[in-house]
Design a protein around this ligand. Structure first.
Ligand code: FEO
Ligand code: CA
Ligand code: CA
Ligand code: CA
Length: 591
């Protein structure tokens, strides 16, 4: 379709007019239906969601809160079904101030002190991950009620720790003297999935759920480096000693990893894969290299943090699914350094190499991984404007990372890869491995790089925004967070933070190649205060699943809500939900 200036975009849909109100909207000719809501019955023994009667037990059987990353895995495994699959969804964090009628938390400062034991249990069960079998009948998606694969993973679910840091002294606790078993996962933000049918769920800022004084632990330097502040923001440490760093200083080291879950086996034990490093994990995108080894791209979502890549030692075995479970325990983690001349160097985080020695505080590879960020500092990696999601374009083989924003970047800290001071809008960086498409070498030590988009309102030159010149007032976006490619190699960007500019967050589709490169078009927008997260496609590209996270989050209290999306029922709180987007009459999302 020819658009404004006449350029051919591969995205032929009519874009959504910009709107920001209490509900969601989708482009003309598309439908966006709510598929799974916080509190929906998930497991066979679940009870109906009753907001005034909620407990940790009921919540642990229902769809969790604040849905984030979404993965769609076809059912059965090995098929390419776009009509039946496992929807695997992260639940990042609770919002107690708008979850339970009658609970009034005055402000952020006092929230942790106001929390009750009961509410802490609800919050522990509301985080983690959900596996939901879904099917499409007569064009409409729904949950397969009572599927034996429907499953909740929470802050109490038993997990294993594997890889080079497993059993490390700094991972041992009173409850687990082996340093190989841990209860639960939390702060599950981005994620990814593997070609062998497992989910990678990423633990982001899990330290926020701990309390106590880091100075009274042996881990002070590391705690400060990960960003720990002793707020006990959610009150967990008041009710459960394992979240009090003064009482159990190593428990916090057992979080902020990537966790692998096998959703096709309902009683499989999730495994924290320490070889992938420890950070504010945001996304873990797997790509099979031409030689069969797998690369995992990962961001660390904070100011001046880094982009990472893991390359497995062994190749992926396409004929034996289970033989691959464990492949992520052995390989090389590296961190990105962007040079001003357009070169990207991957610097290996390997014990004994360069400064990563015992004298510098890294006794072994386990310690390099537990202290990934400190190790990356030593190598001189490039501090980025808050790295969020990472994806590979399946057609071109080029790799994209989203830098959501960093208002804290000082003018003297600007560099070629992070070119704007006080970057309130974010940007998208393109990494170009040697070779193209299936021949791209995702194991190479050196890539090229470029900037695809500098986000912001292009009608305001002072922002320095840079899109395709034909970008419309409806189509530009800011604060990109999650991305997904459709099978045709078009990028779909989910945003988090346009609300700060009184604009709706949503989904924007962009060509990364051809004459309409960097020309975005608006597809979907969220209700008040919500961000769009975790987009995922069915294999045929005809359905896109979007997590609508934290609707009404900006409300002062549950008595004064900015929206009651999606139920708009006075007895129901706002409910984070996953939406399924399809085209009326069928066909590829975006055209
Ligand atoms: Fe949880 Fe990086 O957003
Ligand atoms: Ca974010
Ligand atoms: Ca995110
Ligand atoms: Ca993604």
């Amino acid at each position: 379709e020819a658009i404004a200036g006449g350029t051919q975009s591969s995205l032929t849909f009519t874009e959504l007019k910009r709107v920001y109100d209490q509900t969601h909207h989708v482009a003309p000719g598309y439908t966006a239906e709510v598929l799974l809501r916080w509190g929906d019955k998930l497991t066979a023994d679940a009870t109906d969601f009753e907001p005034t009667q909620q407990s940790g037990n009921t919540q642990a059987r229902q769809f969790g809160y604040n849905n984030d990353f979404v993965g769609y895995l076809p059912m059965p495994f090995g098929s390419a079904s776009s009509e039946r699959g496992l929807l695997c969804v992260n639940h990042e964090y609770p919002n107690p101030h708008i979850m339970v009628p009658g609970f009034i938390a005055k402000d952020d400062e006092t929230l942790g002190k106001t929390m009750t034991a009961e509410l802490v249990e609800i919050c522990k069960s509301a985080m983690g991950h959900s596996v939901a079998e879904i099917e499409k009948k007569d064009g409409k998606w729904s949950l397969v009620a009572n599927s034996p694969l429907n499953r909740r993973i929470t802050v109490e679910t038993e997990m294993a720790i594997a890889g080079p840091a497993a059993g490390h002294a700094q991972l041992k606790t009173a409850a687990d003297p082996s340093g190989t078993k841990v209860k639960g996962t939390m702060a599950n933000c981005g994620g990814g999935y593997t070609p062998w049918g497992t989910i990678l769920t990423c633990e982001e800022f899990a330290y926020e759920f701990f309390g106590g004084d880091a100075a009274k632990t042996p881990n002070q330097e590391l705690m400060e480096r990960i960003g720990y502040e002793p707020a006990d923001y959610y009150g967990f440490a008041r009710f459960d000693d394992r979240f009090n760093v003064e009482k159990e200083p190593n428990e916090v080291n057992r979080f902020q990893w990537v966790v692998e879950i096998d959703p096709y086996e309902a009683d499989s034990t999730p495994v924290k894969r320490t070889a992938l490093g420890r950070m504010g994990h945001e996304g873990a995108t797997v790509v099979v290299n031409k030689d069969g080894r797998v690369a995992v791209y990962m961001g660390d979502d904070d100011h001046q943090e880094y982009l990472y890549r893991f390359v497995s030692a062994k190749p992926f075995n396409a004929n034996d699914r289970k033989a691959n479970i464990g492949i992520l325990d052995e390989g090389e983690l590296s961190v990105a350094k962007f040079e001003a001349d357009g070169t990207l160097n991957w610097l290996p985080l390997v014990h004994g190499k360069g400064p990563l020695t015992a004298e510098n505080g890294f006794a072994d590879q386990g310690e390099v991984l537990i202290k990934t960020q400190l190790a990356a500092d030593k190598l001189g990696a490039t501090g980025m404007d808050r790295p969020e999601d990472f994806e590979t374009n399946p057609v071109s083989g080029r790799v994209y990372a989203v830098l959501t924003k960093s208002a804290k970047r000082k003018p003297e800290k600007v560099d070629a890869a992070n070119p704007r001071p006080e970057n309130k809008w974010g940007h998208i960086i393109e990494m170009i491995p040697p070779g193209e498409g299936k021949d791209a070498d995702h194991t190479a030590a050196q890539y090229k790089w470029d900037i695809l988009i500098l986000c912001g309102d292009p009608s305001k030159p002072e922002t320095g925004a840079k899109f395709h010149p034909e970008t419309t007032a409806d189509g530009f976006f800011m604060t990109p967070d999650n991305i997904a490619f459709d099978p045709k190699g078009r990028m779909f960007v989910a945003t988090d933070g346009m609300n700060d500019f009184d604009l709706a967050d949503g989904i924007f589709a962009v060509d990364t190649d051809g004459p309409a490169r960097a020309l975005p078009k608006a597809l979907f927008c969220c209700p008040t205060d919500a961000e769009a997260t975790g987009p995922a496609f069915t294999p045929d590209g005809t359905t896109m699943f979007v997590s609508v996270q934290h609707p009404a989050e900006g409300s002062e209290t549950i008595e004064k809500l900015t929206t009651r999306w999606p139920d708009f029922n006075d007895k129901m709180p706002p409910r984070p939900s996953v939406v399924a987007i399809t085209r009326e009459g069928g066909g590829s999302i975006g055209g």
